[in-house]
Write a protein that binds this ligand. Structure first.
Ligand SMILES: [Zn+2]
Length: 190
C-alpha cells in the first residue's frame, strides 16, 4: 500500500473520535454499571467497546522444511513471517488460518492441531497458530508477500523474523520436534 507523504500505513486507532453509528463526537467516560472508560455517544447512546483482536496463522511443513513469507507490507516490511493475519467476521479460527496461508503464500495445506496460543496484551492481540502439512511444493504468494519459500529447520532466519509471536512459535516447533510432543503451547508475551 502506498500513501501520500511519509505515512506508509495507518496504525490501529486506540481511541475513537466520532460515533460510527450517528456521526456525532464521542465522550470518553465510564458508562453506568461499567468499570472502565469507553468511547460513548451522548447523542444516540452507542457504547463503542474495544476488545482484543485475534491473529490466526499456520506452521506449514513440507518435507522437514517450514514455509515462511517475506512481508510486502508494514509493519516489518521485508521481514520473514509465518503466514498469519487478522481473523475475519463469520469465520472460524481454522478457516482464518487456512485463508491467510492461501492469501500470503498460495500454499495448499492440510490443517493439523492448534499449536500455539500467544497473548500479546501490549497490543491487545491474541495470536493462534495451527500446525499444517503442505500438500504441494507449488507456491503463489499474494500481494502482501514479497516472496514465499521453504527453509530447512537449521536455516530459519532468526534475526530477520517479523514478530516475537513468530519467533516463539518456531522455537516451540523445534522443541516439539526434538521431544516428539506436539501439545498446544500457551505463552504470554509481555
Ligand atoms: Zn452515536
Amino acid at each position: 500500500m502506498t500513501l501520500p507523504g511519509t505515512l506508509h500505513y495507518f496504525p490501529a486507532p486506540t481511541t475513537q473520535a466520532f460515533c460510527s453509528q450517528c456521526g456525532n463526537p464521542l465522550s470518553r467516560l465510564v458508562p453506568p454499571e461499567d468499570n472502565r472508560e469507553r468511547d460513548v455517544c451522548n447523542h444516540c447512546g452507542a457504547v463503542h467497546y474495544r476488545n482484543p483482536l485475534i491473529v490466526v496463522g499456520t506452521v506449514p511443513i513440507w518435507n522437514d522444511q517450514v514455509l515462511l513469507c517475506r512481508r510486502a507490507i508494514e509493519p516489518r516490511y521485508g521481514k520473514w513471517t509465518l503466514p498469519a493475519g487478522f481473523m475475519e467476521l463469520a469465520e472460524t479460527t481454522a478457516q482464518g488460518a487456512l485463508r491467510e496461508t492461501d492469501e500470503e503464500a498460495g500454499a495448499d495445506v492440510t490443517l493439523g492441531s492448534l499449536f500455539t496460543v500467544l497473548d500479546v496484551p501490549r497490543v491487545n492481540q491474541v495470536h493462534m497458530y495451527f500446525l499444517a502439512t503442505v500438500n504441494s511444493e507449488r507456491l503463489d504468494p499474494g500481494p502482501e508477500s514479497l516472496e514465499a519459500r521453504f527453509f530447512n529447520l537449521d536455516e530459519i532466519p532468526w534475526e530477520e523474523l517479523s514478530f516475537r509471536t513468530v519467533f516463539h512459535t518456531l522455537q516451540a516447533y523445534l522443541q516439539s520436534r526434538a521431544s516428539g510432543q506436539f501439545a498446544t503451547h500457551y505463552h504470554s508475551i509481555e
